[in-house]
Design a protein around this ligand. Structure first.
Ligand code: IDP
Ligand code: MG
Length: 147
């Protein structure tokens, strides 16, 4: 039996957070994703419901920035995307840069486009899933039957 030429591509969940949408950076983020060679396979502009944010950020519940994070993520529309490509989970994290936009390297989305605004939560333009399992869980939150 012949082998397939390649394995199936990976998927990740990318969010342009409300600061990115407000600042008109949605196109710039998607441009970088596409310029890297990844494919946007699903795209939605929406205002997050509180249940979606509670599920998405369950791992951070109880941390000092949790309340401000949920409030920030509800502060305006966000853009959610499913992005596909081999190695895309790690690859998009690399494009995004470090969580803290002050420390994020120049050349990354957060390093080039983000900064510290002196707020309780870091407004850092984008979210990217941190593992294949997180990606599947998060894609279901934003694009699944209950989304
Ligand atoms: P990540 O987005 O790089 O995966 P996480 O640790 O999952 O980072 O944190 C989720 C989000 O919470 C971050 O993107 C950032 O907006 C915010 N955040 C994380 N750590 C801190 C902190 O120490 N102070 C303020 N905000 C934080
Ligand atoms: Mg995270």
């Amino acid at each position: 039996m012949s082998q397939p030429e390649t394995t199936a591509p990976d998927r990740t969940l990318v969010i342009v957070k409300p600061d990115g949408v407000r600042r008109g950076l949605t196109g710039e983020v998607l441009r970088r994703v596409e310029a890297k060679g990844y494919r946007v396979v699903e795209l939605r502009l929406l205002t997050a419901r509180s249940e979606q944010l509670a599920a998405h950020y369950a791992e951070h519940e109880g941390k000092p920035f949790y309340g401000p994070l949920v409030e920030f993520m509800s502060s305006g529309p966000l853009v959610a995307a499913v992005v596909e490509g081999h190695g895309v989970v790690q690859g998009f994290r690399s494009l995004a840069g470090a969580t803290d936009p002050t420390a994020a390297a120049p050349g990354t989305i957060r390093g080039d486009l983000g900064r510290d605004w002196g707020l309780k939560v870091q407004q850092n333009i984008v979210h990217g899933s941190d593992s294949a399992a997180s990606a599947e869980r998060e894609i279901d939150i934003w694009f699944g039957a209950g989304a």
